[in-house]
Ligand binder design. Structure first.
Ligand code: HEM
Length: 402
């Protein structure tokens, strides 16, 4: 077993490499769960829902555990299996299709311009001043909640996804039972209650109204599901993209020669660069499932009713799939990373995240000659299941004057 390699928050990759080599399907006795590290196994775990379920409620039932009273996400799309999952997903899919992205692009661009213009070349925190406000404002407007509440959303995300995980390398089954998380869930419910009530009486042109209309007309969604959908979109829809934007900005700060190369390469170079940031510094490092019955994977039998963690960050550096995986190759093609997951739960918001990242990079390359870190920093760090930079102090030289 490759237990001698200790993963660190800023470098989980040596551990991934050792595990992929020594114990690609691994039982973790501290926590009683399994974890997989290779590309093929990760894809199998994420996509074969007939074996690896996303449904926590069914897991609690089968293992005769009392379900937590107010489990966040437990009744949302991300925690369901097909066919129940398929119906729900179909309801919001149109909001993220290509025509919807075309409609959103001018607004994303306008917001990105505003935040970029406010950056002070003498020094700014890229996360606080750009990478956080851009996606949180976009998703808030899409949903129909005030973006001015974003400090509150940040506190929720920090509690739910980021700081809640004491050890980012351990999956904890008591995730949903944590009292702080349950308190945040109650606060979110109270917050959304009034907005949703309002939309029930006076619909507007936003996702909340759309979800509420599904609830009324076809009774396809119950009230709690509508609430959970809103929370899922709000939470999943911004912090992950924040990490993508700030990981890209960090990489540029550490390799300023790429400002010119990407500028010259145009939209296609930017597109490939974004995909390589997603692969190399994957914003979401792991996703979990539960076995429905005993499953043999890589010659190892995983018993029924246990959690299985798919390490996306490890899969994305599997040499069996990616030549020279430990190197950041900004022009890598093809780049079949699984940073947005794989299978029925493949990220619904991937087109939006890509739209925001390509628009942001295009504008910042036009606007900035180059920038550099103010403090010594070499890589993002693990924050719960996420990999990103909590703060990124940069300074630089502008090309245009605002
Ligand atoms: C770089 C940014 C993003 C990354 C890396 C990311 C990553 C992921 C991953 C790995 C999954 C799969 C979860 C699973 O298999 O259980 C997922 C699902 C999901 N993501 Fe994202 N995401 C990003 C941005 C977004 C955005 C912008 C939105 C919404 C506006 C969003 C909404 C969702 C939703 C609703 C799901 C659940 C889909 C389903 O269960 O069918 N994500 N995301």
């Amino acid at each position: 077993m490759a237990q001698w390699v200790v993963p660190s928050r800023d470098n989980p990759f040596d551990w991934y490499r050792a595990m992929r080599h020594e114990a690609p399907v691994h039982y973790q006795s501290d926590g009683n769960y399994w974890e997989v590290f290779s590309y093929d196994h990760a894809k199998t775990v994420l996509s074969r829902y007939q074996d690896f379920s996303s449904d926590f409620r069914a897991f609690w039932q089968r293992t005769r555990q009392t379900p937590p009273k107010r489990a966040l996400f437990a009744e949302s799309l991300i925690r369901m299996d097909p066919p129940e999952h398929t119906g729900l997903r179909t309801m919001v899919n149109p909001a993220f299709n290509a025509p919807s992205m075309d409609r959103l692009a001018p607004r994303v661009e306008a917001l990105a311009r505003t935040y970029l213009a406010a950056l002070d070349p003498a020094g700014f925190d890229f996360v606080r001043d750009f990478a956080y406000p851009l996606p949180v404002t976009v998703i808030s407007e899409l949903l129909g909640v005030p973006a001015s509440d974003r400090q509150r959303f940040k506190r929720w995300v920090d509690t739910l996804l980021v700081f809640g995980e004491r050890d980012p390398f351990r999956f904890r089954q008591d995730f949903f039972r944590d009292p702080t998380r349950q308190a945040v869930r109650e606060e979110m419910e109270a917050y959304f209650h009034d907005f949703l009530e309002l939309r029930r009486h006076t619909p507007q042109d936003d996702l909340m109204s759309h979800l509420v209309s599904q609830e009324v007309e076809g009774a396809r969604l119950n009230r709690d599901q509508v609430f959970q959908f809103c929370v899922l979109l709000l939470i999943a829809g911004h912090v992950t993209t924040t990490n993508l934007l700030s990981n890209a900005a960090l990489w540029l700060a550490l390799h300023p020669e790429w400002f010119d190369t990407l500028r010259q390469g145009g939209p296609e170079a930017i597109r490939l660069f974004v995909e390589e940031v997603l692969r190399y510094w994957s914003p979401v490092q792991r996703i979990s499932r539960f076995t429905l019955h005993p499953v043999v994977l890589g010659g190892v039998e995983i018993p029924a009713d246990v959690p299985v963690v798919a390490w996306i960050g490890a899969a994305n550096r599997d040499p069996a799939k990616f030549p020279d995986p430990e190197h950041f190759l900004p022009t890598r093609r093809p780049n079949p990373h699984i940073s947005f997951g794989f299978g029925p739960h493949t990220c619904l918001g991937a087109p939006l995240a890509r739209l925001e990242a390509t628009i942001a990079l295009d504008l910042l390359l036009r606007d900035w000659e180059r920038w550099e870190p103010v403090e010594s920093i070499e890589s993002p760090t693990m924050q719960g299941i996420l990999y990103g930079v909590p703060q990124l102090l940069l300074r630089g030289v502008r090309r245009t004057v605002h």
